[in-house]
Design a binder for this molecule. Structure first.
Ligand code: HC0
Ligand code: SF4
Length: 581
């Protein structure tokens, strides 16, 4: 322990602490902007400066507390006039070159710079210098980059490079013209970006944001000739409430359904339904590969950021990918065939909308192969945040809503479908079904704790009877592309062999997707959205009467009335695809 003084109060803190963390523990919230704990600790913005002396000897400059290690005998002052003036000047310099159209900004209300100015009492700006030229890159389906909003904090750069192991973004140009962009200022559309949106989650302002499709969805709803159907991904229900001030990870399934009905969607369904369907298809595919000597390990194919990553960086694993489309796409394909036929609706009139925790889903929905007979599986994919905005635009008091229930015949789901949204969830759902099929029993032990949690790489093995003999089925789970690389490298090197691998592009899985509600850097010091939101999904799983995908009555009916059997002829037409590059 280190003994030191902060603002005259004696404190004792662990040796590896920074002054910033020590102050927090002592109840002093030093302002920060570029700081993202464990990810971006580079003292770029100098908003967290403090005045320090050590055993009576003053440090000459004002050091940045986010990178300053605590020392015995340190005396820190965070609120002297010298500190206040310096902080104010540093923030004003940032503001001088920032597009300050706050009223019309997507991040109005969630902007960390806006909040900081409020907290620091900045009411006028002295420096009115020249502004960097604004460049907006909106050519990808997923991500918009707006240089006029960028404050050069570097949070996106560190996240993409160090958390995701990709490194698409960096500082380009010099001096006054410095900006954050892909190399040579290429569009995000033309680089190795997987559209995971983790950079958006890191961005304190609106320099990186999703490409929005809200207006397209409103237009469809307002068009009397269109039949507009919405599906909501598993993870959305664990974050949407945050848009309305509820604690991180509050489960709002029923309110979400009611709000969607109020918005005017003709039918409100659930992606969990097609998550269950995916397990039927993917589980069957796995059993066939294991029993018939097919390509192993089989790897999940539901996370579009992961698919893009595999295509670009690990093309030798493309044959390992399950041929299943993602639940988002399966849902759309079944909607415009089975559902349209059952209800007697012209599928050309159906507009298929998805609400996803994900920015990469927008690009997935637009992939050329994601259609059947000329009908797009999904017409518009919006994020959790965009749905929050639509609900606000409709003046719905979300927190007062009562619980609704998704419509039939594609709204029923099991606990297995819900947990898809957390890392390890697809694996657990698959194991529940595969174990039942192989043992011929209705197993009661269905919680696979080894595949849960936020460890970057998880492994488990389950002994199951295959072809009459007990076989150790080995599985692995990775979340975040950097962890995916670790697993794939070890498989490639022959150090590991597995039967089945789950990969999700985002750290934590979909619950921490690039389209989820923003959680500020400051708030992340106290709550871990990955954990809270995953817990919300595991709670919902526990609360449901049916927790295995193959027991979903609407999925059973879909096979009886239409698809006939998993991996059958119609399934291949509607629900499977091929990834090649
Ligand atoms: Fe996911 Fe999905 S679970 S990718 O994480 O598989 O986005 O939530 O919707 O499609 O179901 C995201 C979340 C989905 C899909 C499902 C899968
Ligand atoms: Fe990097 Fe993901 Fe952002 Fe693309 S979307 S720049 S891959 S963090």
């Amino acid at each position: 322990k280190i003994n030191m003084t902060i603002n005259g109060i004696q404190v004792s803190v662990p040796k590896d602490y920074t002054v910033l963390l020590a102050a927090r523990e002592a109840g002093i919230d030093i302002p920060t902007l570029c700081y993202l704990k464990d990810i971006n600790e580079i003292a770029a913005c100098r908003v967290c400066v403090v005045e320090v002396d050590i055993n009576g000897v003053p440090m000459r400059n004002l050091p940045a507390s986010c990178v300053l290690q605590v020392q015995e005998g340190m005396n820190v002052r965070t609120n002297t006039q010298r500190v206040r003036n310096a902080v104010r000047m540093n923030v004003e310099l940032i503001l001088a070159n920032h597009n300050r159209e706050c009223l019309t900004c997507l991040r109005n209300g969630t902007c960390e710079l806006q909040k900081l100015c409020d907290e620091l009492g900045i009411k006028d700006i002295e420096y009115q210098g020249e502004k960097r030229e604004a460049k907006i890159d909106n050519l990808s389906h997923s991500i918009v980059r707006d240089s006029s909003k960028c404050i050069l904090c570097g949070r996106c750069i560190s996240t993409c490079r160090d958390v995701q192991g990709i490194g698409v973004l960096d500082f380009v140009n010099r001096g006054f013209n410095t900006e954050v962009a892909p190399a040579f200022n290429y569009s995000m559309k033309d680089v190795d970006c997987v559209y995971c949106g983790q950079c958006i989650q890191a961005c304190p302002v609106a320099a990186l944001r999703e490409r929005t499709y809200i207006d397209d969805v409103w237009d469809a709803i307002d068009d009397p000739d269109k039949y507009v159907v919405v599906q909501t991904a598993p993870a959305v229900r664990a974050s949407l409430g945050e848009e309305f001030g509820l604690p991180v990870g509050t489960r709002v399934t029923g309110k979400m359904v009611t709000a969607l009905k109020m918005l005017g969607f003709d039918k409100v369904f659930d992606t969990n339904f097609s998550a269950d369907l995916t397990i039927m298809e993917e589980g069957t595919e796995l059993l066939q590969r294991v029993q018939n000597g097919g390509k192993l390990p089989m790897i999940t194919s539901c996370s579009p950021g992961w698919i893009r990553y595999c295509e670009m960086k690990y093309p030798d694993f493309l044959d390992n990918l399950s041929t299943c489309k993602s639940p988002q796409q399966m849902f759309g394909a079944v909607l415009k065939s089975y559902y349209a036929e059952k209800e007697g609706i012209d599928p050309k009139k159906i507009v298929s909308v998805s609400v996803m925790p994900c920015t990469s889903k927008k690009t997935e929905a637009n992939r050329p192969e994601m259609e059947v007979d000329g009908l797009r599986d999904v017409d518009f994919s919006i994020t959790t945040r965009e749905l929050g905005d639509m609900i606000k635009q409709a003046r719905i008091s979300f927190n007062k809503l009562s619980d609704g229930h998704a419509d039939n015949i594609m709204g029923e789901y099991t606990g297995a479908g819900v947990i898809f949204g957390a890392t390890g969830g697809v694996m657990e759902a698959a194991l529940r079904t595969v174990a039942d099929i192989l043992t011929g029993k209705d197993l009661e032990q269905i919680e696979y704790q080894q595949v849960r949690g936020i460890e970057g790489v998880k492994e488990a093995s389950v002994v199951l009877p295959i072809g009459g003999k007990d076989t150790e089925v080995k599985v692995a789970i990775a979340h975040g592309t950097k962890n995916a690389a670790k697993i794939l490298d070890s498989v490639r090197a022959g150090e590991k062999n597995y039967h089945f691998i789950e990969v999700m592009a985002c750290p934590g899985g979909c619950v921490h997707g690039g389209g989820q509600s923003h959680v500020s850097a400051k708030k992340r010091l106290d709550v871990n959205p990955k954990v809270n939101r995953a817990n919300a999904l595991y709670d919902e799983d526990k609360s449901l009467p049916i927790r295995k995908s193959h027991k979903n009555p609407e999925v059973i009916k879909l096979y009886e009335d239409y698809l006939k059997e998993p991996n059958g002829h119609l399934s291949h037409k509607l629900l499977h695809t091929h990834y090649a590059k």
